[in-house]
Design a protein around this ligand. Structure first.
Ligand code: NAG
Ligand code: NAG
Ligand code: NAG
Ligand code: NAG
Length: 449
């Protein structure tokens, strides 16, 4: 054997070994995220042979379960489709840990025929849990099944080979949920996915089945309705064109635990300011607490994937509107008559536009940082604070909460667009990069091809 041949043979073996290792132990999986223009809701896609096939499913942070409509238009079937039985007690308990305000109590089915329940929303001796769509506040109790799901792996720069995960627990519904949302959901959706911290939710189920993938996920919601954004399951790097790894730029704030609604993510907002001026916020509105009279838990901040514009309790909202108006007028931006559903609008010809949107007063949300007094600022520029309603007018893109909302602040998706968020479930913290355009990239700049 000549030395050259020997060396290239060894190199070949090493390459083979390396590609085997990288395929066998992926560190991250990846999927595209799409914004639907009509509903302002986001969807994501798994790849075949997942139960959702090539179809989109709702992206839902406040939810635990992956589900699909298994009855309509055709009965779902696959060779590896099987029920999660009641006697698989640990897996069944994990599938039942839904604790949002839209879940009921979970249980187990006995025999379906006798109870008049229909397949596959019921199956004999099968574990039952709750499927829901947060955006329309609908849910239904139904049977838990198992089948293979698949997602492409990634090294954070490009899409690598497909990874299949057998025996993934998911829920089968009939058409009740999707019918309930008819006209209010993105076209073509066949189900939804849960991204909560619960063990059955996509991030935790993936990392428990593939130990090389850590229990965290990062997403970047696009502002474009034509170019997809991206969700990563696992660790960075998360690289966007032209070669910007956003995982090196994350700032962190704790994810607050609130066991009554363990399916949702809560943050600790310390203050909000406009052009450097802090809003006069009653600090009791910023922490979740029990109201003894109404016996409910009120106040605090929820991070949402289904509310488009950030909602603020009326006192905070009014304070933001008045401070933003004052600062905009000081900047010679001309106020015009409001256009519904917004309350504060401006003449677009009276300010300039840059890569971070209209040049309007900057809004800063100060989030709890590391250490007692430290905060991390989330800067919100024009691209995320105001929205263009017609050729001549843009409006402040925030809304007041309605009377049914218990939280003081619901962070909406418009404010999250073109920013990057990493939900580190093991460390209970949210990493964020406020504006990708400011660092020369965007959510649609991950290379899927
Ligand atoms: C659960 O019950 C099924 C059918 O009754 C049985 O085949 C299976 O072995 C049981 N599994 C366990 C873990 O007990
Ligand atoms: C479910 O159990 C009932 C009652 O024992 C039985 O009649 C029925 O055939 C079972 N269904 C299936 C699909 O095994
Ligand atoms: C508690 O709830 C009651 C009834 O809804 C309400 O009137 C009261 O203002 C609340 N108190 C606080 C401190 O939020
Ligand atoms: C827009 O920017 C240009 C150039 O920087 C400047 O001359 C002009 O005054 C600005 N217009 C407004 C309305 O701010």
């Amino acid at each position: 054997m000549t030395p050259f041949f020997f060396i290239s043979f060894v190199t070949f073996l090493l390459l083979l070994l390396f590609s085997f290792i990288s395929n066998a132990s992926p560190t991250a999986l990846v999927a595209p995220i799409q914004l639907d223009a009509a509903t302002s809701l986001y969807t994501m896609k798994l790849v075949p042979p997942s139960p959702s096939g090539n179809s989109p499913i709702m992206l839902d942070l406040d939810n635990s379960n992956l589900w699909r409509d298994c009855a309509d238009p055709v009965l779902y079937s696959s060779p590896s489709f099987r029920p999660l039985l009641c006697n698989e007690t640990a897996a069944c308990a994990a599938a039942q840990t839904c604790s949002s305000n839209i879940c009921g109590s979970a249980g187990c089915y006995g025999t379906c025929n006798e109870a008049g329940l229909t397949y596959p929303t019921c199956s004999n001796y099968t574990c039952a849990s709750w499927a829901s769509i947060t955006a329309i506040r609908w849910s239904m109790g139904t049977a838990v099944w198992r089948d293979t799901i698949a997602l492409p792996s990634t090294d954070g720069r490009q899409v690598l080979s497909k990874v299949t995960i057998p025996d993934f627990a998911f829920l089968c519904t009939d058409d009740t949920l999707l019918k309930g949302g008819e006209g209010r959901l993105p076209p073509g959706v066949v189900g939804g996915t849960g991204l909560s911290r619960n063990p059955i939710a996509l991030p935790s189920q993936i990392s428990s089945k593939i130990p090389t993938i850590s229990r965290k996920f990062g997403y970047c919601l696009p502002s474009s309705t034509t170019r997809p954004g991206v969700i990563f399951f696992g660790d960075g790097p998360y690289v966007f064109k032209p070669d910007i790894d956003v995982s090196t730029r994350l700032r962190y704030t704790p994810i607050i635990s609130f066991s009554k609604e363990a399916d949702s993510y809560f943050l600790d907002v310390k203050s909000i300011s406009v052009a450097g001026v802090p809003l006069g916020i009653d600090s009791s509105l910023l922490t979740i607490k029990r109201n003894k009279t109404s016996r409910s838990y009120v106040a605090g901040t929820r991070f949402s994937s289904s509310v488009p514009y950030t909602q603020l309790t009326p006192s905070i909202y009014n304070s933001l509107v008045s401070e933003f108006k004052k600062a905009a007028i000081a900047q010679k931006i001309k106020e015009v008559a409001p256009i519904s559903p917004f309350d504060l609008c401006f003449d677009a010809s009276t300010t300039n536009f840059s890569r971070v949107g209209y040049n309007v007063p900057q809004i800063d949300i100060a989030l709890k940082g590391n250490g007692k007094s430290k905060t991390e600022k989330w800067q919100i520029y024009g691209a995320n604070s105001v929205t263009k309603v017609n050729r001549d007018v843009f409006c402040l893109a925030f809304q007041p909460t309605d009377e049914y909302e218990s939280r003081s602040i619901i962070i909406g998706t418009y404010q999250q667009q073109e920013a990057f968020f990493q939900f580190d479930l093991a460390a209970n913290r949210l990493g964020f990069v406020p504006s990708l355009p400011l660092i020369g990239t965007g959510c649609s700049d991950f290379s899927f091809t």
